[in-house]
Design a protein around this ligand. Structure first.
Ligand code: NAD
Length: 302
């Protein structure tokens, strides 16, 4: 039995799927690190631990100051400024990768923005200007980056973007960002078809709430965070390392048969429609008349 396990392990390692070298020899671009709480950072450090060579973009010098030491700590040899609203800066990033690396194996897109003033209240009150800007930065920037990245992926490749369940279901205060995530998820499927014949895979990770700069922009985010933590099947939130692990799977040869997929890493929250009856009972009793249920207080306190 022990010998059989050892020989399976041997076969696994010889197949190139051994854990240590999963990303060995692969070069990739990480877009969307703002600081060490960023989801893109959790992904980057996991990929680097598995042998990837990384390049980073940052949005403007203020963030550059934070991203530079992080990138250096992973031995990154490419660090470029990029504002996705400025297409010339996007072009420059991929031209630089072409010059310095001559090719690309993977792309991580973890970029999103919507006006904080509209990440509260009714979706119906979204302004035209914020809708267009939210869509451009949070959705279409992935298509623009993917097209340029694919041109450099002459030996095939993989891309991952980040989405949220608010693109599938209505979430309080998520508003225009929810529509951008719905369109982003659709673009994952269309891009998977466009680039599939070049052996380039396109997938998304739908992350459970994580305390980041972008996450903090959503009104009452901490209550939503606590609620999701409390009521998900695993009864907890997710970690940057867990998101890194999922990205490692989707960007490595472990997932060569997977494309066009929206992969949830949210402690299973997307699988439930309602909290457990005991919680509902407390909630209904506590909400009797005054709207300040004991359960609400518990949710908020987490
Ligand atoms: P974050 O604030 O750390 O990262 C967001 C990044 O978007 C920042 O690096 C910011 O510089 C970048 N960005 C915004 N506008 C840009 C522009 N015009 N040009 C270039 N870059 C720009 O927050 P995060 O939570 O790590 O967000 C990463 C991704 O994960 C986003 O797509 C977000 O919607 C998604 N996501 C976050 C959560 C969460 O709970 N935090 C959950 C699910 C999905």
């Amino acid at each position: 039995m022990g010998a059989r396990v050892a020989s399976a392990q041997n076969a696994f390692e010889h197949s190139g799927l051994g854990m240590q070298g999963l990303m060995q020899g692969k070069r990739g671009l990480i877009m969307g690190v703002a600081n060490d709480h960023s989801i893109a950072w959790g992904i980057a450090r996991t990929l680097a631990a598995h042998g990837a060579t990384l390049g980073f973009t940052y949005q403007g010098e203020a963030l550059g100051k934070r991203v530079r030491p992080l990138a250096q700590s992973l031995g990154a040899d490419l660090l470029m400024t990029c504002d996705v609203e400025d297409i010339a800066s996007v072009d420059k990033v991929f031209a630089t990768i072409g010059e310095k690396w001559g090719g690309l194996d993977f792309l991580v897109h973890a970029v999103a923005f919507s006006d904080k003033a509209e990440l509260k209240g009714r979706y119906a009150d979204t302004t035209r200007a914020n809708f267009v800007r939210t869509m451009l930065i949070s959705c279409f920037s992935f298509t623009e980056a993917a097209k340029r990245a694919a041109a450099l992926m002459t030996n095939g490749g993989a891309m991952v973007t980040l989405t949220y369940n608010g693109g599938t279901r209505a979430m309080p205060n998520y508003n225009a960002m929810g529509l951008a995530k719905a369109a982003l998820e659709a673009s994952v499927r269309y891009l998977a078809v466009d680039f599939g014949s070049q052996n380039i895979r396109i997938n998304a990770i739908s992350a459970g709430p994580i305390r980041t700069l972008a996450g903090a922009g959503i009104s009452d985010a901490r209550f939503m965070f606590a609620y999701q933590q409390r009521h998900s099947p695993l009864r907890r939130g997710v970690t940057l390392d867990e998101l890194g692990g999922a990205a490692l799977y989707l960007l490595s040869d472990l997932s060569t048969g997977v494309t066009g997929e929206i992969h949830f890493v949210d402690s299973g929250y997307n699988a439930i429609a309602m909290p457990q009856p005991d919680t509902l009972r407390v909630s209904v009793a506590g909400n009797n008349g005054n709207g300040n249920g004991e359960e609400n207080a518990k949710d908020a306190a987490q």
